[in-house]
Ligand binder design. Structure first.
Ligand SMILES: [Zn+2]
Length: 253
């Protein structure tokens, strides 16, 4: 299995990072895609990748920090993207749930990161919450590469718009929550070759770990849930999502 989205550089880990990585390997994780949201997190990620060649880094400012850090951090992320240190650009995107007032600034940085990804021939990892209309508008105008909607929680119609564009959907622990019936309907119908799974560690631990800090080992619970709603074996789901992650991020396993 491959965790397509975890924040391993998160400040909350510190000394607990090593045992967490050991548990991930025991749970069958063959790779983890580490999402770095500041240049400092990326420095930690690059160190991790040196020691553990199965950890890969992705970086950009998040939409939440676009106002505060957009200009401050862009050049550092751009330099690492150009140096070949990243397997994707992200997580960039739009979040109108928490920060509707910074919509224009979020769009501005989304466009800058789209341009960077095109320049470096990298895919993009997108965070989009309550902003799908504006997101697709920006995407259609400014980006021709491939991307993934991470931690997808949109409607079935929104999922179809993602698939139509040849993009990927990544499902997180939210799919295991009792109330996520529509998301499980999406999970059942996403074309096999467009599906990724992720933990979004340390956020959003799946059932039965809900409320605790999340970790990549819990990806197994997400894989089990998605396999069940799709009516396939756990092994088949693991194999397909792993192959998709390798293809999407161009991982050399
Ligand atoms: Zn994330």
């Amino acid at each position: 299995m491959i965790d397509s989205h975890a924040h391993l550089s998160h400040a909350s880990f510190g000394e607990s990072r090593e045992p967490l990585l050991a548990r991930a390997r025991e749970a069958g994780l063959e790779a983890i895609v580490n999402i770095c949201t500041t240049p400092e997190e990326l420095e930690i990620g690059l160190e991790l990748a040196k020691r553990y060649p199965w950890i890969y880094n992705v970086g950009s400012t998040t939409p939440h920090d676009a106002q505060k850090n957009g200009a401050l951090h862009f050049e550092a992320f751009a330099a690492h993207a150009r140096a070949g240190d990243l397997v994707a650009v992200g997580e960039t995107g739009l979040d109108y749930h928490y920060f509707p007032e910074t919509a224009e600034v979020q769009k501005e940085w989304l466009r800058r990161y789209f341009a960077l990804a095109l320049e470096c021939h990298l895919p993009v990892v997108i965070h989009c919450r309550e902003a799908f209309d504006d997101f697709f508008d920006e995407l259609d105008k400014h980006f021709s590469g491939k991307g993934v909607l991470h931690c997808f929680t949109g409607t079935f119609a929104e999922a179809e718009s993602v698939i139509e564009r040849g993009w990927y959907l990544s499902l997180s622990g939210i799919v295991t929550f009792k109330k996520s019936e529509e998301l499980r309907r999406v999970a059942a119908r996403v074309p096999e070759n467009r599906l990724l799974i992720e933990t979004d560690t340390p956020y959003l631990a799946p059932t039965p770990y809900r409320g605790r800090p999340n970790e990549p080992a819990y990806l197994l619970e997400i894989a089990k849930c998605v396999a069940e709603v799709r009516g396939v074996s756990l092994e088949a789901l693991q194999r397909v999502t792993s192959a998709n992650a390798c293809e999407f991020f161009s991982l050399n396993r």
